[in-house]
Design a protein around this ligand. Structure first.
Ligand SMILES: [Zn+2]
Ligand SMILES: [Zn+2]
Ligand SMILES: [Zn+2]
Length: 242
């Protein structure tokens, strides 16, 4: 059973910057309890934090309210997406540097040393030739999906990751590029009565349209090898004759 998280975090946009967090917490009217209000801030070019009109609200509820009211105005509540946790010490996902228990890994090559000077690019999480923080990294994309599941379905990181693995284990196997094309082998054979038995559990001749016989013009790989060997044999025998 998934562990249900006790609170949900939402975002409301367009709240005037003049309202303080305390004022908002006291005056936002909705049908759930608001535990915390936090105004989002951005950093300007001089690295100073500046207030925005976006406010984060932590609600004591499994689901977010659709709207909140403030002095007669309604604000739509959106789901707040938590930033993905990526460690700046070992570059793995799911924890931060402050809680890392692993040896330092190089950001560039993924080996056991501090990064900053390596030329070789090898992502520690997927082996690709990019930085481990690259948004195109397949492992990073997976983490974004896990993050979304966590918040939409109120799951812990472990639960959401288990769900992703469960949903994607067959997807990986169904990737056709991973397997050699077996069609020519199937087409090459003309099924014998024994093969009908194995395929259909009966010796009854199958419908011709269901199992069409292969075009006779197709040359198999074995035929090509045989042909080449024969031509080489002929060539060699000419040489011996000279
Ligand atoms: Zn770490
Ligand atoms: Zn390195
Ligand atoms: Zn990667």
């Amino acid at each position: 059973m998934p562990v249900t998280l006790k609170s949900t975090v939402g975002l409301i946009k367009g709240t005037p910057k003049s309202y303080t967090e305390e004022e908002l917490k006291e005056n936002l009217a909705t049908d759930v309890i608001i535990l915390k209000v936090e105004r989002m801030r951005t950093m300007d070019l001089n690295r100073n934090l500046k207030d925005t009109e976006i406010v984060k609200i932590v609600c004591k509820a499994k689901d977010l309210p659709a709207n909140v009211e403030l002095y007669g105005c309604f604000f739509k509540v959106e789901l707040y997406l938590f930033p993905i946790k990526q460690c700046k010490n070992c570059w793995a996902f799911g924890h931060r540097k402050e809680k890392c228990w692993r040896t330092t890994k190089c950001r560039e090559c993924g080996e056991n040393h501090a990064g900053g000077s390596c030329k070789r690019k090898s992502c520690i999480n997927c082996g690709g030739s990019h930085d481990p923080t690259d948004r195109q990294c397949p492992e990073k994309k997976k983490q974004i999906q896990i993050n979304l599941t966590m918040q939409q379905e109120k799951m812990t990181y472990r639960e959401a990751r288990a769900k992703w693995n469960e949903q994607n284990q067959y997807k990986l196997l169904s990737n056709e590029e991973e397997f050699p094309d077996i069609t020519p082998t199937l087409h090459k054979r003309n099924p014998t009565s024994t093969q009908y038995k194995t395929i259909r559990g009966t010796t009854k001749k199958p419908d011709h349209q269901l199992l069409p016989s292969a075009p006779q013009t197709k040359v198999s790989y074995a035929d090509k090898v045989k042909e080449k060997a024969q031509s080489q044999f002929v060539e060699n025998s000419h040489k011996t004759n000279d």
